[in-house]
Ligand binder design. Structure first.
Ligand code: F6P
Length: 323
């Protein structure tokens, strides 16, 4: 096994709070073992264009607590073309990179898997607010996004109660309902709508009226962006069939920013350190994650195939607690 001398790290896809903590851990762990670490700016796009910067312990000072990514990020279509991909391979060769660490979501991991197939020693670190990589218990940024949503829903509850109105809040998560489900339960949401479930809008209206009849001053409906009904569609039905005032808040990109929670800082730091050590141990094409509190690594392609069934227990909990 050849000694790893030089590694590079990039962040790709939607940013997530904690990505900086992971970059910091990667650079400092590399320094600890005498390995050179390059930061690649702007994700795969910067990889193709050779936007490399040698980093050291000082370059990653004061970023642990910052949201976003100091390396910037992009969703690169060009990297998916043969021409772009080969350019990326040539750049990695030119910089004599022995190992590449990609921090990002499923699309970014797919890029890392493709690089692995072409002989690059690549490692994927799960960084996305969506928590849609079921091989790991949690992705970096998810906990912060949930907490941001909980804070926003708390504000909506106040005004919803004061006005006796229905508040619908639509949360991010692409096809995964975890942000909505976790934030909905943590906020005492009355109705939580997640992807891959069919909903009867009349039944929802009945629940809204029922809550009002039971003396509830607010009604909080949390909708995942991938749910079969959108917040605005639901609002129309509710206004039409209940006559109640109803407002929709699409929380949007607010959920992607902000200082990472302690939980995200810790998992990012642990996974960052582990990613470097996995490379040093000669394991490549691995996705790093956390399962039952322990660090794990598994084949990236296999990791991307891991599926999670509906979170029946949490869906049931949300319903019971709203009764
Ligand atoms: O994957 C993170 C995420 O924020 C999703 O929750 C959302 O669907 C998507 O990215 C939005 O992407 P963009 O900022 O490119 O519109």
């Amino acid at each position: 096994m050849e000694k790893i001398r030089r590694i590079a790290v990039l962040t790709s896809g939607g940013d997530s709070p904690g990505m900086n903590a992971a970059i910091r851990a990667i650079v400092r762990t590399a320094g600890h073992y005498g390995i050179e670490a390059y930061g690649i700016k702007n994700g795969y796009s910067g990889l193709m264009n050779g936007e490399f910067e040698l980093m050291n312990s000082k370059s990653v000072a004061e970023i642990l607590q910052r949201g976003g990514t100091m390396l910037y990020t992009a969703r690169s279509k060009e990297f998916m073309t043969d021409e772009g991909f080969h350019r990326a391979l040539m750049v990695l060769e030119t910089f004599k990179i022995d190992g590449l660490i990609v921090i990002g979501g499923d699309g970014s991991m797919r890029g890392a898997a493709k690089l692995t197939d072409s002989g690059v020693a690549a490692i994927g670190v799960p960084g996305t607010i969506d928590n849609d990589l079921p091989y790991t218990d949690s992705t970096i940024g998810f906990d912060t996004a949930v907490n941001t949503a909980v804070s926003a829903i708390g504000n909506l509850r106040d005004t919803s109660s004061s006005h006796g109105m229905v508040s619908i809040v639509e949360l991010m998560g692409r096809n995964c309902g975890d942000i909505a489900l976790f934030a909905g339960i943590a906020s005492g949401g009355d109705i939580i709508l997640v992807p891959n479930e069919e909903y009867d809008e009349m039944e929802i209206c009945r629940k809204v009226i029922d809550g009002k009849n039971r003396g509830k001053h607010h009604c909080l409906i949390v909708v995942a962006e991938g749910a079969s009904i959108s917040g605005n569609e639901l609002k129309k039905t509710i206004v039409e069939h209940t006559g109640m005032e109803c407002r929709v808040t699409i929380l949007g990109h607010v959920q992607r920013g902000g200082s990472p929670t302690a939980t995200d800082r810790i998992i990012a730091s642990r996974m960052g350190q582990y990613a470097v050590e996995v490379l040093m141990a000669g394991r490549t094409g691995r996705a790093v994650g956390i399962a039952k509190g322990e660090l794990i690594d598994m084949d990236i392609t296999e990791a991307l195939e891991v599926k999670r069934g509906p979170r029946e227990d949490l869906i049931k909990l949300g319903k019971i607690l709203a009764e």
